[in-house]
Design a protein around this ligand. Structure first.
Ligand code: SAM
Length: 421
């Protein structure tokens, strides 16, 4: 297998026919996507061989890496990187004809590493790379500027940039990150963890990480190669929490209940059985969709998308007789403690209650969820008028991800109940 450097110097024109046999332009075929109207097939630009090889060098693509070409077209770049580096390569493109051409031009697998092509929207990438360690990913894109600069592309790639992957762009570059390295002559830029600012990190903790859990772009809980599925979310047992079910058995029927960070909706469904109206809120559209699917037969339950840390979030939701929170408060307080206190403090009606299930710092083992000291739970809502009625340790319900942590029991948590007099 030729090294990248050797391949760059090579003027072997026989290779050209193999890598770029499809020079013809494709017809314009405008389509409307959720992110705008684009030509399904951009005017065909053949990436020069030296640019493809320089991109692979800038991305430090190695044999153990997985090279992903977003908008691979006829596979010119992907097939060249596959043939020269010998790594696994994945080309994604929405144009069936181009993908078919890329497949025809692909070389056979090299030591089991294949060049694979998929006809799909580039926003499906997380599904196709789930279970690949991010540190092995190199994402290459040469896409039209209208697309590259869209916030949706930023959201798509952000989880990988921060997790150790490398993103290499050609000619049209994102303007929201700082390039970590460049190849000025060929107009290539590399983005990686060094490209991110403190503001990017804050955005990640507030939103990106959660989106990533639901679209599989952030999947530290998935074993390598595992198929992405919401069933595998680390906190998800598939049932309402036993602590909530027990509490509701003794609770009197109420008018309105809220599930903060409702996830996939099991707890929302349990609340709907006890309250006239059950509302769930989650910052991720995919979570709200899953929750709405879970409660689709219940007329009194629904989930909405909302960031509980946003100014005015509580006022938009109203007030409640019962507010339930499982594993959300312990996350959002780490992003903005004052905003979290104000949000939870404003939701509970006089006579109403707030129940929080959160991680417990008495859990002796280094494992999730976030572990909170008793004193921090006790003073969580100081100054809001909520009065702590009960605080006790409990064990979270078993989930497949907790089982994989290889401890005899699920993690320890706190169950806290506050009341507004
Ligand atoms: C650990 S999960 C728990 C989900 C659910 N409560 C459960 O236990 O099954 C935390 C949930 O909070 C949501 N979340 C995180 N930050 C949020 C925010 N600022 N506003 C609303 N929801 C948020 C996440 O999207 C996620 O669904």
């Amino acid at each position: 297998m030729a090294s990248l450097a050797a391949a760059q110097d090579s003027s072997d024109s026989d290779d050209e026919a193999h890598f770029w046999p499809f020079a013809e332009a494709f017809e314009d075929d405008t389509q409307t996507y959720p992110y705008g109207t684009l030509s399904a097939v951009a005017s065909h630009v053949t990436t020069p061989r030296e640019t493809a090889l320089a991109a692979a060098r800038l991305g430090d693509v190695a044999r153990d890496d997985v090279f992903v070409d977003l908008g691979c077209g006829v596979g010119a770049v992907t097939n060249l990187v596959h043939a020269t580096v010998g790594c696994a390569c994945l080309g994604l493109d929405c144009c069936e004809a181009e993908v078919a051409a890329a497949r025809r031009a692909a070389a056979p697998p090299v030591d089991g590493n294949a060049a694979t092509y998929v006809t799909c929207d580039l926003f499906d990438m997380p599904r196709h790379v789930a279970g690949v360690e991010a540190a092995r990913l190199v994402v290459y894109m040469h896409l039209i500027p209208k697309l590259v600069r869209r916030s949706e592309v930023r959201d798509l790639l952000e989880p990988y940039v921060r997790a150790g992957a490398r993103v290499v762009t050609s000619k049209y570059h994102p303007d929201y990150w700082r390039a970590a390295r460049t190849d000025g002559t060929l107009d290539l830029r590399r983005y990686d963890a060094a490209s991110l600012s403190a503001a990017d990190d804050a955005r990640w903790r507030r939103l990106g990480k959660w989106r990533g859990f639901y679209n599989s772009a952030h999947a530290p809980h998935l074993p390598p190669g595992a198929a992405p599925t919401l069933d595998a979310l680390p906190w998800r047992s598939g049932e309402a929490y036993a602590e909530l079910a027990r509490y509701l058995e003794d609770a009197s029927r109420g008018a309105r209940a809220l599930d903060v960070g409702c996830g996939t909706g099991e707890n929302l469904a349990a609340l709907a059985a006890r309250f006239d109206e059950a509302l769930g809120v989650d910052v991720v559209q995919g979570a709200a969709d899953a929750a709405n699917e879970r409660v689709r037969d219940l007329e009194n339950a629904r989930a909405v998308v909302g960031d509980v840390l946003a100014p005015g979030a509580a006022a938009k939701l109203g007030t409640f007789d019962f507010v339930f929170d499982a594993q959300t408060w312990h996350c959002v307080r780490g992003v903005d403690e004052a905003a979290a206190r104000a949000f939870y403090g404003a939701l509970v009606r006089p006579g109403g209650r707030l129940m929080v299930l959160c991680g417990n710092a008495d859990e002796p083992d280094e494992r999730g969820p976030v572990r909170v000291a008793r004193a921090d739970v006790e003073r969580a809502f100081d100054g809001t008028g909520l009065v702590l009625e009960a605080l006790a340790p409990f064990r979270f319900d078993a989930t497949p991800a907790y089982a994989r942590q290889a401890f005899p029991e699920p993690p320890l948590g706190w169950r806290g109940v506050w009341r507004r007099p």
